[in-house]
Design a protein around this ligand. Structure first.
Ligand SMILES: [Zn+2]
Length: 335
């Protein structure tokens, strides 16, 4: 006869991971990735970039400390330089985009638990006042009265009649990212005209500023580059890519008087950067570069160092759900 747990697992999928299975997980570098900490329901901007609340983030930190050897930048670089096989599960905590909540919510909790994380910042956003293109797209969709949206050159319109606003925003963003014909600025300009939305609120920046980032770096956090303007690098010419990678690195180094060795590719999917991008990252002086591809890094070598995989923490996950997510990725390794 099937146990209750087995029946539940059959009906609803695996909701928990047994201790025995968890302990058998592979050695490797498990890179957990966050965007915003907070409650998406109270934001006027893109709800899809909220990872979890502060309370959940603190539970995650306890979990990482208990179940992994949490490494900082220099420990990860030593692991890379050692050229030895990875023998146990390591965790690296990363944040993309450099939102103000990285400073307000994540940083105090990391300090409280004596942990370090890597914050990948977009240098044009950290100067204050500027909105990220995906946040402006979300703002425009939220205020758009149309039942469908279509830039002139798009083959298909995006249907906005669905009741789920988060889903509608995601669909428009998907079309936005897939469109290589125009730059982000040009597409935004077209969308502003079509949506007839009110002007964006101008006062407070959504991003951490240099004073705050300096305070974080001085307290042991790492500030990495997420480029100058968060473009999809694969859509740019080699020269434009080099400028995004090089200038952002130099700018952060000048602001913080620290060497910058880590990069996260904007959007980070397989089609968002190329082998040439990886080569350029290396030439620009980065030692490690992170994608947004889901997975566990069982090796850390010169070859793998420029397309490292990450585990996206989103959707307000509990520790149990996070374990399920990690084990699903782990099972992929065996296939
Ligand atoms: Zn990003």
């Amino acid at each position: 006869m099937l146990s209750r747990a087995k029946i539940r697992q059959f009906l609803f999928g695996a909701r928990t991971v047994s201790d025995k299975r968890w302990q058998q997980r592979s050695p490797g570098v498990y890179v957990f990735n966050y965007h915003r900490i907070g409650d998406a329901r109270f934001s006027e901007f893109d709800p899809n970039v909220f990872s979890c609340t502060s309370e959940q983030f603190e539970q995650h930190l306890r979990f990482y400390k208990q179940e992994f050897t949490v490494v900082n930048e220099s420990e990860l670089l030593s692991l890379l330089d050692s050229n030895k096989p990875i023998t146990k599960p390591y965790a690296l905590i990363t944040f993309d985009d450099g939102y103000i909540d990285s400073y307000q919510h994540a940083f105090p909790l990391l300090k409280k638990h004596d942990l370090s994380a890597v914050f990948f910042v977009v240098t044009e956003y950290t100067d204050g006042g500027s909105f990220a293109w995906w946040d402006e797209v979300a703002w425009l969709v939220k205020h758009c009265q149309l039942s469908q949206l279509k830039l002139e050159h798009w083959p298909d319109a995006v249907d906005l009649t669905g009741k789920n606003e988060t889903q509608n925003i995601r669909k428009v963003l998907y079309a936005f990212k897939a469109d290589q014909q125009f730059s982000m600025d040009e597409k935004l300009a077209q969308l502003r005209v079509i949506c007839k939305a009110p002007v964006l609120p101008g006062s407070n920046s959504l991003f951490a500023n240099w004073q705050q980032l300096k305070e974080m770096a001085d307290a042991g956090m790492t500030i990495g580059s997420h480029t100058q303007s968060h473009p999809i690098l694969a859509h740019l010419t080699p020269q434009q890519q080099r400028i995004e990678l090089h200038e952002s690195r130099i700018f952060i180094q000048d602001q913080l008087s620290n060497s910058v060795s880590m990069l996260a590719y904007p959007v980070g999917r397989t089609d968002s950067f190329t082998e040439q991008t990886q080569e350029m990252a290396k030439q620009c002086g980065y030692r490690l570069a992170f994608s947004f591809m889901n997975g566990i890094n069982t090796k850390l070598t010169e070859q793998s160092a420029y397309s490292l995989k990450r585990i996206s923490v989103d959707g307000n996950k509990s520790v149990d759900s996070l374990k399920v997510q990690v084990m699903a990725l782990h099972d992929k390794l065996a296939r």
